[in-house]
Design a protein around this ligand. Structure first.
Ligand code: 13P
Length: 283
């Protein structure tokens, strides 16, 4: 069934687990995510990133996501991930995405507030929930264990607790992506997560917290994040890596078989993450 993230997050916060938000890029990945969630009887947040519009348009992604979400026996939210401009995010709301992210995290604080507030007012009037990001989760090749300490001091990268409190109050946002040490894509070094900051943010903020850049972040780190205050963990790169790895030992002149193997590998990785994040089953 197609739902918003509201009920999912209420349960995850109460019981202390995270929900996986896997990014789909085609029909295969989308179907695989929903089938896996149904098989395990857990909720899933199907995510489509605006940056992947070269693979699927916003409309195509919506129609494909809606098709599987509506038919699913378990709760499925349809989420626009990293909406990069207000116009596109509003379009996604009009279309029927049940959750949207406006990502102005690379902008100055005031711009981030203004864009997030505008999206919240529009989305809430349509019954759609909004995620924003404060602090900036960059790409994996920027944050390494060597420069981690210096980056910790950078207020534009790591989420500041007082600033986050103000941000949530000023915008009315429903969930907040925080920057505590992860980054997008493949890492050069092993990420060091600032769990103290996570605990402070969890304590101070009334909204569910989101972790971006789940791939390659280390199982211990991710399990702790899921059970110590993060409600949603975004994963993309790991699924593409598993899909590629699955083809290596097989007969890859058979395209049909290659796709099936890739789907199975993606499903196995998603199952692994649902279990690692202690995702609660649907009652
Ligand atoms: P990864 O590709 O590092 O898993 O990040 C995914 C993500 O955060 C999408 O929003």
């Amino acid at each position: 069934m197609l739902v918003t993230t509201k009920e999912m997050f209420a349960d995850s916060r109460k019981k202390g687990y995270a929900i996986v938000a896997p990014d789909y890029w085609d029909n295969n990945s989308c179907r695989t995510y929903v089938e896996t969630a149904e098989r395990l009887n857990v909720p899933v947040i199907l995510s489509f990133a605006q940056a992947h519009s070269d693979m699927l348009s916003l409309e195509e992604a919506y129609e494909i996501g809606k098709f599987y979400a509506e038919r699913a026996k378990t709760p499925v939210a349809l989420h626009l991930d990293h909406g990069l401009d207000v116009e596109t995010v509003k379009k996604a709301v009009d279309m029927g995405y049940t959750s949207v992210m406006i990502d102005a995290s690379a902008q100055p604080y005031e711009v981030n507030v203004a864009r997030t507030k505008e999206v919240c007012e529009y989305a809430h009037a349509h019954g759609v929930v909004v995620e924003a990001e404060l602090g900036h989760v960059g790409s994996g090749d920027v944050i390494t264990s060597e420069n981690m300490e210096a980056l910790h001091e950078d207020k534009n990268i790591y989420t500041e607790v007082e600033m986050a409190k103000r941000f949530v109050e000023e915008t009315g946002v429903d969930s907040l992506a925080v920057s505590i040490g992860t980054s997008h894509g493949l890492y050069k070094g092993t990420p060091v997560i600032d769990f103290e900051r996570l605990h402070e943010l969890r304590e101070a903020l009334p909204v569910p917290l989101v972790l971006h850049g789940g791939s390659g972040s280390g199982d211990d780190n991710l399990e702790r994040c899921a059970t110590e205050g993060i409600s949603k963990i975004n994963v993309f790169t790991d699924f593409t890596v598993e899909a590629i790895k699955s083809s290596k030992s097989e007969d890859y002149i058979n395209w049909y078989k290659l796709l099936k193997d890739a789907n199975n590998a993606i499903a196995a990785k998603l199952e692994y993450y649902f279990k690692l994040f202690h995702t609660g089953t649907v009652e």
